[in-house]
Design a protein around this ligand. Structure first.
Ligand SMILES: Nc1ncnc2c1ncn2[C@@H]1O[C@H](COP(=O)(O)OP(=O)(O)OP(=O)(O)O)[C@@H](O)[C@H]1O
Ligand SMILES: [Mg+2]
Length: 360
């Protein structure tokens, strides 16, 4: 168990509670909300997809809210899944503190408003976002996303799960983040992410490409040319965020290792934006990396989908075609490091069978 898991376990086993907001703002009594079922008269819509919670769209006195209700027993086996509801209430608390402060409120305007949360009752009440999933990755949307994530990093929060189901765009084109089950604390001045200095591979842009972009491009069926254009927009916006991050790190005397890592990312992106060929080269490397990482995530959680199958097929095709490029570009890491082309193809063919077995 890591430090955070130990602390969350200790909290869970104690009598302590964590409450966010004031009860007066709650549209019904918290106890009543905690007993909500899909049949409650004020429920408009129920989302059953969540492994640790049920989500209800509710309407009370003509106003819409979202009620996230903890499942008595999480459907996920691993610890992070078990503690994800607690983790989310902890993050809601952190964010409301920032949102209630006029000096930091605008930096967190794309974070959902928490109206009330009570961990022991197992409820989180939020504003209802009348929104749709991301359809177009516009400059504007990416700017909103990356500036919000940078604000999160600067306050010491790292988001791991930037998947399509966790990003909504409202009627005014405003992005909203609302699921913080896997957003963890870290020290941005001395650590790369919430794994400390152990895994420099994971950063905010990588998380977006791994959890969202790589799968989204596969599913949307864009041509290589269109995909590259989208990738270019993402990298341009990411570059702006990285430059701001470097500035902030320097101004706050961050550890040199941490600044160097951001500097290296900036140089990598700048080089790629220098020509179409270089951009395509980086695209190949980063999409491969993202598919590889996401496949492992799905396999570990035994939560594979049809997208996971496509990801494995994509990885296999890339190994057949670009093995040397991937090896020289540093895309063979962790369990793939040092393996020959044949070993890797064998390994991903095996994974393909596992992925088929673990379909949700
Ligand atoms: N505030 C909100 N406004 C509108 N819709 C919401 C809101 N919160 C959640 N939803 C909807 O409910 C779905 C599930 O919510 P959320 O991601 O918070 O739950 P979850 O249990 O973490 O689910 P999963 O495990 O599938 O990620 C979202 O994908 C979204 O469609
Ligand atoms: Mg979610």
């Amino acid at each position: 168990m890591n430090q955070r898991q130990l602390q969350q376990q200790e909290f869970e086993q104690s009598e302590q509670n964590l409450i966010v907001g004031i009860e007066l703002q709650c549209p019904l009594s918290p106890e009543q909300l905690a007993m909500t079922t899909a049949d409650s008269e004020y429920v408009i819509e129920t989302f059953e997809s969540g492994l640790t919670a049920q989500v209800f769209h509710i309407r009370i006195d003509g106003r819409d809210y979202t009620l996230k209700k903890k499942r008595p027993q999480a459907k996920v086996q691993n610890l992070d899944g078990q503690y994800s509801f607690l983790n989310e209430v902890q993050r809601r608390f952190d964010f409301q503190t920032q949102k209630n402060n006029p000096n930091s409120a605008t930096a967190f305007q794309h974070i959902v408003e928490t109206i009330y949360a009570d961990y022991r009752l197992g409820i989180i009440v939020s504003e209802w976002i009348e929104g749709t999933p991301i359809e177009d990755l516009t400059d504007d949307l990416l700017t909103q996303l990356f500036s919000t994530l940078l604000a999160c990093e600067c306050m010491g929060l790292f988001e791991w799960d930037l998947c399509a189901g966790n990003l909504l765009v409202d009627g005014e084109g405003q992005l909203k983040l609302f699921d913080f089950g896997y957003m963890y604390r870290f020290d941005p001045l001395t650590e790369f992410n919430s794994n400390g200095l152990n895994d420099p591979l994971f950063d905010t842009c990588e998380r977006f490409e791994t959890r969202f972009l790589s799968g989204w491009l596969l599913e949307a069926g864009y041509s290589q040319r269109e995909s590259l254009q989208i990738f270019k927009t993402v990298k341009q916006r990411a570059l702006k965020m990285l430059e701001r991050k470097r500035e902030w790190l320097t101004a706050n005397q961050a550890k040199s290792e941490v600044i160097s890592r951001v500097q290296a990312s900036i140089e990598k992106v700048q080089a790629a934006l220098g020509s179409d060929a270089k951009l395509e080269h980086l695209f190949t490397l980063e999409m491969f990396r993202s598919h590889v990482l996401d496949i492992e995530d799905d396999l570990e959680g035994k939560s594979c989908t049809s997208t996971t199958i496509k990801r494995v097929q994509f990885v296999l095709a890339m190994l057949e075609r670009h093995y040397d490029l991937l090896r020289e570009g540093g895309a063979l890491f962790y369990q793939n490091q040092g393996k020959s082309q044949t070993e890797l193809v064998d390994s991903y063919q095996e994974k393909c069978q596992l992925v088929e077995r673990y379909q949700l």
